[in-house]
Design a protein around this ligand. Sequence first.
Ligand SMILES: [Zn+2]
Length: 66
Amino acid sequence: MASLLESRFYLTADCGGRVETSNGPDGHRVWACSSCEMTGQGEDNGRTHAAGCTTTGGNLPHDHWS
Ligand SMILES: [Zn+2]
């Protein structure tokens, strides 16, 4: 099981950030996206987020640059 406990990361779709996954305190995998600052649970969910996250590619979900 030790090999499953390591942290790893996935580049986001536009390579402008990355989703880092690690073990939460209760043993669930948790992830945090450095690009859009979303967080969640589950290795697969984190990887899926990374594949669809293009926050830094100009498709901003929030218009806080106004
Ligand atoms: Zn993201």
